[in-house]
Design a protein around this ligand. Structure first.
Ligand SMILES: N[C@@H](Cc1c[nH]c[nH+]1)C(=O)O
Length: 427
């Protein structure tokens, strides 16, 4: 077998020429950076991510959730239908060869709803689905936010609401627990309480949106300015207190007192039931009620929740019940789910130390390359970590092994010679 060797210096000369050509051009190249809000993950970071996804996939699989994958590219209409829930300006849009509008998946719950209403239609209910995929969201003011987010999540579709909520909230808390080693917090809210108050307030839709935004921001000053003139309304007084309705069981008493009309009482009763159930599971110190959690209002209709890890400011988990979303696809099933931001969760996992190969396998004469492959395979079968040498000379091979800290070099020829790296043969 004859081998033609490409000189290494040729590759270097080619790339120098290319660079020179580029420097002469006016156009600005973005060829050495990744787009805003995205990043390359290296070695240990990939391992950390895999550890998180594996832990969660095992957990969800053990509870009967089955994996689905949906395309990263979807027709805009899939999300267009749900556009009232997802802000259009945050979606990456492109067109296909027929000029149809497409989006890069901005959310995993909407495709899961599409799936449940199409290929999974007619399957016995409930459906327990899980996924691990990226979502893409554009943030006009980035503020360090990722535009490509890896999520692991579940959706429980078609079960009875209360029992499904109890299952999913417990699973959310388990997920946070296994990853953070118990250092987490789960916040619960019922969007029905906020909606009941808002529906009782006699203001236009734009003002309502402003009020929602100020509550979300916990901006008491603006809220007081906006609601000051409605002080004689019970709803306005309740809204002013909403951002502070945060804490343990005592929150319920205050909330009932503040507002209990128009469905508010029922929402509080429901939430209280879930809270008390979680207490019976011994999660009293992990779970917090936050009735000002109104920013997750998108497609959520009832219970909403989010999870935090100690030391990480952003929410790691978000979820809730969305009973009307499947209607957009012509089906009618109550559903609940949550997802976890894998990149944030990975910060809680210790990176594995780099595995250094035990043996560098080197065939100085290329006619022994296939013998070297067999030798490496045999070593691999014994569980020995090896690396193939891609240098030509003995000196380069040993220098490389020393630099990498690989203790042994196996020289493959007529015989196989075992050498200790610190002694270069012939020196
Ligand atoms: N898709 C939601 C999380 C969720 C899953 N199921 C229900 N909610 C999110 O990205 O925040």
């Amino acid at each position: 077998m004859a081998f033609y060797r490409l000189k290494r210096s040729k590759c270097a000369a080619y790339s120098m020429k290319n660079n020179a050509e580029r420097q002469g051009q006016q156009m600005r190249y973005y060829d050495k950076v990744t787009p805003d809000g995205t990043k390359d993950l290296l070695f240990g970071e990939c391992d950390q991510r895999s550890q998180v996804t594996k832990t969660l996939k095992d957990l969800f699989g053990a509870q009967g959730y089955r994996r689905v994958m949906t395309p990263a590219l979807e027709f805009y209409d899939v999300f267009g239908k749900a556009a009232k829930y997802l802000p259009k300006e945050t979606m990456y849009k492109l067109t296909d060869h027929k000029g149809r509008l497409m989006v890069l998946r901005p959310d995993c719950t909407v495709p899961a709803a599409r799936l449940a209403a199409t290929r999974l239609k007619g399957m016995p209910m409930p459906l327990r689905l899980f996924y691990n995929q990226n979502i893409y969201r554009m943030f006009p003011e980035l503020k360090g936010k990722s535009t490509e987010i890896n999520q692991v999540g579940i959706e429980l579709i078609g079960g009875v609401p209360l029992r499904s909520d109890l299952e999913v909230v417990e699973l959310a808390s388990r997920s946070l627990d296994v990853i953070s080693g118990g250092k987490y917090r789960l916040e619960l809210c019922h969007i029905g309480y906020f909606k009941a108050i808002m529906d009782s307030l006699d203001v236009d839709e734009d003002t309502k949106e402003d009020i929602r935004f100020q509550i979300e921001q916990k901006n008491y000053a603006s809220l007081t300015d906006m609601l000051g003139k409605y002080q004689d309304s019970r709803a306005a007084r309740a809204l002013l207190k909403l951002p502070r309705l945060f804490g343990g069981a005592e929150v319920f008493e205050k909330a009932y007192e503040l507002f209990d009309e128009n469905g508010a009482r029922e929402s509080l009763d429901y939430l209280k039931g879930i809270y008390e159930y979680l207490q019976t599971l011994g999660l009293g110190d992990k779970v917090i009620i936050d009735l000002g959690l109104v920013n997750l209002a998108e497609y959520y209709t009832d219970l909403i929740f989010r999870g935090y890890f100690r030391g990480i400011g952003e929410q790691v988990l978000s979820g809730g019940r969305y009973d009307t979303l499947l209607n957009e696809f012509g089906e009618d099933h109550c559903s609940v789910g949550f997802c976890i931001n894998v990149d944030l969760a990975s910060q809680k996992v210790q990176p594995m130390p780099e595995a250094i190969p035990e043996i560098l396998v080197f065939a100085p004469d290329m006619k022994y390359l296939s013998k070297a492959v067999h030798h490496r395979r045999a070593l691999e079968d014994q569980g020995v970590l090896t690396e193939n040498c891609v240098f030509d000379t003995m000196e380069e091979a040993f220098d490389y092994a020393k630099m990498r800290g690989i203790p042994k070099v196996h020289l493959v020829g007529e015989d196989i010679t075992v050498c200790l790296t610190r002694t270069t043969p012939g020196k």
